[in-house]
Design a protein around this ligand. Structure first.
Ligand code: SAM
Length: 271
C-alpha cells in the first residue's frame, strides 16, 4: 500500500486532527491486528470502525471468514474506500449514530476491529458493552493511557470504574504497545492494542453491579459511602460495608472486584 501521505495528496486531503486521523503505516501491526480479529470462533460478520485509508482493510479482506462492513465518517476517505473496495459494504457517517444493535441482531455474531479514533474511545467502548451479546471478539487499538485503565488492577494508578466494568464484561488480552512511529502523522502518545472477548463467568447481574460501581466512583472527592447513599438511598451502606469488614472511610479505588460483587448484593436484596 502507498504511504498515507501520498494517498492523501492524491485525494487533496489532509489528516484531520478533529477525527483522530492517524493512519497505520506498520505492516507488522496491520498483520497482527487483522490476524487477531480473524482468530477463534467464526463470526457471521466483521466490522471495521474508522477504516481510514484501508491499512487494516487491505489485510482483513485476505483473511476474513465473513462479510465485512466498514464504518467511516470522513466523506473523502469513504469515496476512496468505495473505489478501492467496491464489493465491501460501507456505512458512511458517525458510527455512534449507526443502528449498531439492529445491524448486529441481523448479522448474528460480529467480530469488530478498529484503530479507534481516540477521541471516541469511551463512547465506542460503552456501545460495545451494549451490544456485547452479539459480539464474538473485538480487537481495538486505544491510546495507551485508556488501555491501561481497562486492564488496571486494584492498587494500580489507572484503576477505576472503567477497569472494573471492562473486566466484568470482557476477558481482556494485551496485544502490545504500538509506538507513535507506527502511524502517520505520529500521534502525541503511544497506543496499545487489546482483544476483548465477552464473558460473564459467574452469571452475575452485571447491570446492577456496574450501576453500583459507577455510583461508588461518582464523586471521587466524596466518601464512597455517601456516593452510594445518593444513588441507592434504600440501602444501609454503612452496615453493608461493615458486614464486609470495610470501614465507612474506604475509598472506591481500594475495593477489588469480589468486594464490589459482595456490596452489590445489598442492592438486589433490597429490591
Ligand atoms: N484504520 C485506519 C488506520 O489504521 O490507518 C485509520 C485509523 S484513524 C486512527 C481513525 C479513523 O476513524 C479515521 O479514518 C477517521 O476518519 C475515522 N473516524 C473518526 N470519527 C469517526 C466516527 N465518529 N465514525 C466513524 N469513523 C470515524
Amino acid at each position: 500500500m502507498a504511504h498515507p501521505k501520498e494517498i492523501l495528496a492524491k485525494l487533496d486531503a489532509n489528516a484531520r486532527k478533529s477525527l483522530s486521523q492517524n493512519f497505520l503505516t506498520s505492516p507488522h501491526w496491520a498483520d497482527t491486528l487483522t490476524s487477531a480479529v480473524t482468530q477463534g470462533e467464526t463470526p457471521q460478520a466483521i466490522w471495521e470502525i474508522g477504516p481510514g485509508l484501508g491499512a487494516l482493510t487491505s489485510q482483513l479482506i485476505k483473511k476474513a471468514n465473513a462479510p465485512i462492513t466498514l464504518f467511516e465518517y470522513d466523506k473523502k476517505l469513504s469515496a476512496y474506500l468505495r473505489q478501492e473496495y467496491p464489493t465491501i459494504q460501507l456505512i458512511e457517517g458517525d458510527v455512534l449514530k449507526a443502528p449498531l444493535e439492529e445491524l448486529a441482531k441481523k448479522a448474528g455474531r460480529v467480530a469488530i476491529l478498529s484503530n479507534l479514533p481516540y477521541h471516541l474511545s469511551s463512547p465506542i467502548f460503552f456501545k460495545l458493552v451494549d451490544i456485547k451479546s452479539y459480539i464474538s471478539r473485538v480487537v481495538l487499538t486505544f491510546q495507551k493511557e485508556f488501555a491501561e485503565r481497562l486492564i488496571a488492577q486494584v492498587g494500580d494508578n489507572a484503576y477505576g470504574a472503567l477497569s472494573l466494568i471492562a473486566q466484568l464484561h470482557f476477558k481482556i488480552t494485551n496485544l502490545g504497545i504500538l509506538p507513535s512511529g507506527a502511524f502517520y502523522p505520529p500521534p502525541a502518545v503511544a497506543s496499545q492494542a487489546v482483544i476483548l472477548e465477552p464473558h460473564n463467568p459467574r452469571n452475575l447481574d452485571l447491570e446492577t453491579l456496574c450501576k453500583v460501581i459507577k455510583a461508588g466512583f461518582l464523586h471521587p472527592r466524596k466518601k464512597m459511602v455517601n456516593n452510594l447513599k445518593h444513588v441507592f438511598p434504600e440501602v444501609d451502606w454503612a452496615k453493608t460495608m461493615g458486614d464486609q469488614s470495610l470501614s465507612p472511610n474506604t475509598r472506591a479505588e481500594e475495593l477489588n472486584e469480589a468486594q464490589w460483587i459482595a456490596l452489590s448484593k445489598a442492592v438486589n436484596s433490597n429490591t
